[in-house]
Design a protein around this ligand. Structure first.
Ligand SMILES: [Zn+2]
Length: 187
């Protein structure tokens, strides 16, 4: 498996200067190390994982999200996927979701939020000059992950600040703000 840290370092627990620097900068945590070590072990049984690539693991509270490079899971059959999920969940002692990254952040968010659909994306500039992306999903009941964990995963994997809204509420708010600005014009 293609890992951001040397597999030799992961096996021995002694990190070379390059890997130590990545850890010092906080790019990877103890959780990442634990998952990468387990993946190296699972790779021996699930040999197709040799072609996979590791991105990041994020603890979303009730679920741990393991993000692999796009295409990593493609060749795995149902049995191998189940074996992978079981192996990681046992190691982490928490429900684990494995998903693929995407170079397109919105596509990544859709993968994460499925079956919820993204109906609109707004960019918002905050008073401090930073940017926030507001994602509007179709319906709250379709979102099976908690909004907090979704925000955390996207922030760590895509370095994006996110806020979440749902279509009904969003439309109501939009029409209200339009009415207000119309009245303001009349007045
Ligand atoms: Zn190294």
């Amino acid at each position: 498996m293609d890992l951001p840290l040397c597999s030799f370092d992961l096996r021995t627990g002694i990190f070379c200067p390059q890997c130590a620097e990545k850890l010092r900068r906080g790019l990877y945590t103890d959780l990442d190390i634990k998952v990468m070590k387990k993946l190296l072990e699972l790779e021996k049984k699930i040999t197709k994982l040799q072609k996979a690539g590791y991105v990041k693991t994020v603890d979303g509270g009730d679920v741990i999200f393991v993000v692999l490079r796009e295409g990593s899971l493609q060749s795995l059959d149902f049995r191998e996927l189940a074996q992978l999920r079981k192996g990681l969940a046992e190691e982490l002692e928490k429900p684990t979701r494995i998903l693929e990254d995407s170079p397109d952040p919105i596509k990544f968010i859709e993968r994460l939020a499925s079956p919820a659909r993204v109906v609109a994306v707004n960019k918002i500039w905050l008073p401090d000059g930073s940017e926030e992306t507001r994602i509007i999903f179709d319906h709250e009941r379709n979102l099976k992950v908690s909004p907090e964990s979704l925000i955390r995963v996207v922030e760590e994997v895509k370095k994006m600040r996110l806020s979440i809204d749902f279509e009904k509420r969003w439309r109501r708010r939009e029409s209200r703000s339009r009415k207000v600005s119309k009245n303001a014009q009349v007045g």
